[in-house]
Design a protein. Sequence first.
Length: 278
Amino acid sequence: MAEATRKEKYTGPYAAQQERYYQLFGGAKARKKDPGGAPRNPAQIPASLVRSVETLAGGWGHVLPVKRGETLRVINTHGTPGVSVIIYNSADTSERLNAGDTMKVQWNARLTRGAGLFSDMGRVLASITDDTCGHHDVLTGGSTPGSNAERYGDGALRSTSGNFVLLASKHALDKRDIPPCVTFFAPVGVDAQGRFRWEGEGPKPGDYVDLRAELDIVVFVSNAPHPYAPGPYAPKEIDLLVWKSPPPAADDFCRTASEEAIRGFENNARYLAARGEA
């Protein structure tokens, strides 16, 4: 829609808000989807910075606490098609990842480095500071007993929903506390008929995603294949590495990626100041 037409059409009481919407939308379309000039994290993290390294077996789930200023590297050691994650504020687990808002406020369903993972309170729980895969799923959700039964003929196989319910039960939460997840290493797209589909060959062995904690967080990880993953049910082990990452600069590319990101980090700053943690 042309700018002149837009001004002519929106003349009611919400014209200013509608104009603002299209300004933000236009800015999002103009932005690079990957900040190519931003520095990348080391491919090999120095041992002096590593707090922990854990291996998660194929099909299983795990919980990791990650402090603000630390980064969780999810390493897809063998190229398993899909590793699902949900994130909670460790100080108040009623604040959690909101996959819908994460897409909506960033105008993008294909997250990669530079993107933030937003909570349902408008704050940024974690930032993707590096990513060697570049294609992840925020739309479909993880596997369930039903999807495993349909795809593999066995609903008893370990699933992402089952893993998250089990992890929640061990942390004073239940299935009502499990929000929609992000599934990394899952190149899911939408075809012309609006149907989900697996695109391309998927992740390569050794691909990784770096999630820098912007608040103290708890991360639930499920190492079960995405429901659209091709091939048999054969998840392999992944590695989860937590390391002390450098403090973000004032012009950090995740924090300045967009007006929406700036507002999210302003919300973080107010929250941390109120808690005496600024």
